[in-house]
Design a protein around this ligand. Structure first.
Ligand code: NAP
Length: 515
């Protein structure tokens, strides 16, 4: 976005960043095993063809340090740092209706005004540290996966407790278990995991892809989820059990998101179809975990497959066969408190030298509502969204002129390959600003009726699927008191892009402009 504002539009722009470096997610999430769940060749920027050709990824799924190197490379290559103010946490942004400008404040004392306010705060950047009683009495060290210390942590000879079994924990648990003397995993909801099948990439494949990048980008931009994957155009129930078994095994062997995003087309919509997919994965867990009682605890039974974000694993279930790993099901024995020595559940105390909170994030709305964003009439965004996010296209909010939210709630965002959706929003916002300049427009604002229709459309698509039936962070179910509203847009990356482009072509239908 900075590159587009500055180098394409010639605007003066400044980025405010809490961290002391670029990278966002990949700056903060440095826990052991952190790596991307998207194939590296499509987990990158596509706006510069030379950059695409030059950069060499070493593995199918790049590890956190490699992605951070890439993002630093991009920052250097496009000379971005000079317009980024690091170590600056934005606390307030308010729209001045007389001046038609935003005033932005940071915790460090910056006060700046700007015509446009673009929130590129990420969807999963506001860590959720549940309020466990007694945490302040704990004598050991504790860390959240999303705020990991830069020097790393040495788990050697340590007794470790980890709370949570989402995508972050699924990556971290096998790594920590290799180092630690003992690891206790506190599980609230078991997860359906599929093997990542990471590895080096064959140089011949790299060359073929590089030669085909234009077509790859086109396919990905027009796809449903921002991947080179599409659903099988058939019901899982129409396929014979033999055919299903063959297809499921193929997807299982391919690893990655294939099982989730290239499965039978009714898998996310029809309970029965979903159940046959879920049963296949449950069987895989039973085959992997040696202790049958333990296997049953690790098997998800309370929600349909694929309705929570699919974690990809490398030896996750295998790790529970190790003698130094213990699973505690907190549904059977809830965590009552953190003690000076560790974690106490309803039946006993587990002593830990280190506690890892892999407890996720206040997703999508959290990073925006924790900033005091005030629109017209001093209205707080957090108040406007007290019953869930209201947004037009997930990119603009009625009452908040000249504010844009990159991958905001109501856009495909977390139901897509993030770089694809980020680039789409950046291109679209750049187009808006160009339009405003060309027509001498001072403010652009989503209309309340357009916002209401879009918000209803987002809900309607979600409700036609099984996704809202799980207690996932997609609906804020992980945060006590958060309204249960499905936040990302399920209409697909390609169709969404088309809608956004159509709206622009019709002179930004659904927006009002003032000179
Ligand atoms: P998450 O999926 O929200 O998982 C948090 C875990 O903590 C869940 O198991 C949750 O249980 C548990 N938990 C939360 N509060 C708890 C409490 N009070 N007591 C006990 N358990 C509690 O968070 P995450 O694993 O950090 O992943 C978040 C998202 O980040 C992912 O879904 C994914 O989109 C992204 N991510 C991506 C990658 C990648 O691309 N490689 C890697 C990691 C994460 P419940 O399920 O019962 O709520």
């Amino acid at each position: 976005m900075l590159h587009s504002l500055r180098d394409k539009l010639g605007l003066s722009a400044r980025v405010y960043e809490t961290g002391n470096g670029v990278g966002g997610t990949w700056y903060w999430n440095r826990y052991p095993g952190a790596r991307c769940d998207t194939d590296s060749y499509i987990y990158c920027y596509t706006f510069d063809k030379q950059l695409l050709q030059e950069w060499e990824w070493t593995e199918r799924y790049p590890e956190q340090p490699e992605i951070l190197r890439y993002l630093n490379h991009v920052a250097d290559r496009f000379d971005l740092r000079k317009d980024i103010r690091f170590n600056a946490c934005v606390t307030e942004a308010s729209f001045d209706e007389k001046a038609n400008r935003w005033t932005i404040l940071t915790a460090e004392g910056d006060v700046v005004t700007a015509k446009y306010f673009i929130a590129a705060v990420g969807c999963l950047s506001s860590s959720n540290l549940p309020k466990f009683k007694g945490l302040e009495t704990y004598k050991g060290k504790h860390y959240h996966t999303g705020q990991w210390p830069h020097g790393g942590i040495d788990f050697t000879a340590k007794r470790v407790g980890i709370i949570g079994t989402g995508a972050s924990a699924v990556q971290a648990i096998p790594e920590i278990a290799q180092q630690a003397k003992h690891l206790t995993v506190f599980q609230r909801t078991p997860n359906f995991c599929v093997p990542a099948r990471n590895g080096k990439i064959d140089p011949a494949v790299v060359n073929t892809r590089k030669a085909d990048y234009d077509a790859i980008c086109e396919r990905v931009r027009n796809s449903y989820f921002g991947y080179e994957l599409s659903f099988i155009e058939k019901s899982a129930l129409e396929a014979s059990p033999e055919e299903r078994e063959r297809v499921f095994n193929e997807m299982w062997d391919q690893g990655g998101f294939n099982f989730w995003l290239a499965n039978y087309q009714d898998m996310l919509f029809n309970k029965e179809a979903n159940e046959v997919c879920a049963e296949f994965l449950r069987r895989k867990i039973r085959e992997t975990v040696k202790d049958p009682v333990l296997a049953e605890k690790l098997i998800p039974k309370t929600y349909p497959y694929g309705t929570k974000r699919q974690p990809l694993d490398t030896n996750y279930f295998e790790t529970f066969n190790k003698p130094n790993v213990l699973l505690v099901d907190v549904n059977e024995t809830p965590i009552e408190e953190i003690t000076p020595k560790g974690i106490r559940t309803s039946d006993r105390e587990y002593e830990c030298d280190i506690i890892v909170f892999a407890t996720g994030f206040d997703a999508m709305t959290g990073p925006l509502t924790k900033i005091n964003i005030r629109g017209r009439g001093g209205q707080l965004l957090s108040q406007k969204w007290s019953d869930g996010p209201h947004s037009y296209l997930g990119v603009a909010v009625a009452g908040f002129p000249n504010m844009f939210t990159i991958t905001g709630p109501g856009s495909p965002s977390v139901l897509s390959n993030m770089p694809v959706s980020i680039e789409q929003h950046v291109e679209w916002i750049t187009g808006c600003l160009e339009h405003m300049r060309k027509h001498g427009i001072a403010t652009m604002e989503a209309r309340a009726d357009a916002e209401m229709q879009w918000t209803e459309h987002v809900a309607e698509l979600a409700n036609a699927s099984l996704l809202p039936t799980a207690n996932s962070w997609y609906l804020g179910a992980n945060i006590p008191g958060k309204p249960r509203v499905f936040m990302p847009y399920l209409g697909g990356v390609g169709p969404y892009r088309q809608k956004c482009d159509d709206i622009a072509a019709k002179g930004y239908e659904g927006f009002t402009f003032a000179a």
